[in-house]
Unconditional design. Structure first.
Length: 487
């Protein structure tokens, strides 16, 4: 058992930015000198206590040992890292690991500091932070996207690797457990899925075009197939996906336009699968694909402050993205989240985007955790669990929609799916309007039109992002760009 803290994180764009935070990565020549605030930001984070935290430590150790070997580091005089092998209170969980570490201790590249040399850690017990009987306890599992080029410690025997759910590539072992965790959670879902992610593209093998692109992660297709199976079973199911209005970068740039283009193909494929399922059971007249799947983004708009500072330095004749953004007082809230909530009982949070780079295992290295409260499940409660995962989702929806309504308690319901979509459409209309008004809700319907047959196309009156430009459904652009950078 473990204790888990799930704080949402959002800024309005008014706060003074930390030194590492880009002010306006979506606008060129932007910053305080020209009156542009920091880009509004939304993110999800978690804190893990208890035995699962040792998996985080192990990941760090394995990565450090690989990196130190790659850079030719030998026995370090300052012994810069910690070793868990001699923690006096750890039992069982690390016993076998300790034996392996003792052997490793004599190796020339061992630069791990024994934790028992730090006084305030001596006596640490490997006991849960909370009792197993505590209703607020959690079960937590850590996942990764990584390969043997980035860690030291993977088994050399292929049979041992297979027993640890590692995949064997060409001269490399691959841990794709983040993608596996997402797929298993989606397949186990019975009521709804709520996703926030910085990117959403994949399953290109089922697109109408560009089937051989290589964006083969399974998540979009698994979601579409889950919805289709529920339609065939005549059961309600709803999926809510929140993404940025456009990926970080200048929206008119070739890389950003291409990512949007692949994102559009992903959406199109999913809606086609859903519509075909409705057709199969003769429900295409009664329901539409958006009764089951909806995409959203976040945005904000503010009237001028009391001192009218928003007008300072604005050239009324200029029509640059910077000037238009300041004049119209609107900008997207950048979604940097990487998380999924299933049935209000299970949550995945981490660093992995829903794209090929994060989920393939041989490219970007990622880490994530999956967690649930054993005493707050559908099986134990025989109804909506109403535990901390439920509370977390409801707090996010209150933050995004500026209100809480009774139907939000049953996100799988048709009433809720249509209500959230209606509110998001109102918010988009307010965001895109000529009149500047203060927004209380920030969840915007993603600015595309989805007809009853699942065809995804640009909005008739808004083919480009307001103020900043860039085609909303993207463009393939020139071919002289490495494709693996955009998938």
């Amino acid at each position: 058992m473990a204790e888990l803290i799930l704080p949402p994180f959002e800024t309005s764009g008014k706060e003074k930015p930390p030194s590492w935070t880009p002010l306006q990565p979506s606008l060129t020549e932007a910053g305080p000198a020209v009156g542009c605030p920091r880009e509004p930001w939304h993110d999800l984070h978690s804190q893990i206590d208890g035995p699962a935290a040792y998996d985080i430590l192990t990941n760090f150790e394995e990565r450090w040992l690989r990196a130190s070997k790659a850079h030719g580091l030998q026995k370090m005089k300052d012994e810069a890292l910690l070793k868990i092998g001699k923690i006096s209170g750890i039992k069982g969980m690390v016993a076998s690991k300790a034996r392996g570490i003792e052997k490793k201790k004599k190796s020339r590249d061992d630069s791990l500091l024994e934790i028992n040399r730090i006084p305030n850690i001596i006596g640490l017990e490997s006991l849960p932070c909370l009792s197993q009987d505590d209703p607020e306890a959690w079960d937590v599992q850590v996942f990764r996207s990584i390969d043997s080029n980035s860690v030291k410690g993977f088994p050399k025997d292929p049979k041992d690797a297979t027993s640890k759910n590692l995949l064997c590539g060409k001269n490399v072992l691959i841990d794709m457990s983040i993608q596996t965790a997402y797929v298993k959670a989606i397949r186990a879902a019975q009521h709804f899925i709520y996703i926030e992610n910085q990117y959403f593209l994949g399953s290109s093998y089922n697109w109408t075009n560009y089937k051989n692109l290589g964006a083969n992660n399974l998540i979009p297709m698994e979601i579409a197939l889950k919805i289709a199976s529920k339609i065939r079973a005549n059961e309600r199911f709803a999926v809510y996906i929140v993404i940025p209005m456009w990926p970080e970068g200048v929206p008119t740039s070739t890389p950003t336009q291409r990512i949007l283009f692949w994102q559009h193909h992903t959406m199109q494929m999913m809606y086609e699968v859903i519509y075909k399922a409705l057709e199969e059971v003769g429900l295409e007249k009664q329901y539409e694909p958006q009764d089951y799947l909806n995409f959203f983004c976040l945005g904000n708009r503010e009237t001028q402050d009391a001192e009218g500072r928003s007008d300072v330095g604005i050239d009324s004749a200029a029509n640059t993205p910077q000037t238009l953004t300041r004049r119209n007082r609107r900008f997207m809230i950048y979604v940097h989240s990487k998380g999924m909530i299933v049935d209000d009982e299970y949550v995945i949070l981490g660093s992995a985007n829903i794209n090929q780079r994060s989920l393939e295992g041989t490219r970007d290295t990622e880490i994530a955790m999956g967690a649930y409260q054993p005493q707050y499940t559908w099986a134990s409660k025989h109804s909506n669990p109403l535990g901390q995962v439920y509370g977390y989702r409801m707090s996010l929806w209150a933050e995004h929609l500026g209100a809480l309504e009774e139907c939000f308690k049953k996100p799988e319901s048709l009433e809720c799916a249509r209500r959230v979509r209606a509110l998001s459409e109102l918010n988009w209309n307010q965001f895109a309007a000529d009149e500047i008004t203060e927004m209380t809700g920030h969840l915007l319907k993603y600015p595309v039109e989805v007809d009853r047959t699942g065809n995804v196309k640009p909005l008739p009156n808004c083919r480009e992002f307001p103020d900043v430009g860039g085609t909303i459904i993207g463009s393939p652009g020139p071919i002289n760009i490495k494709e693996n950078l955009t998938i």
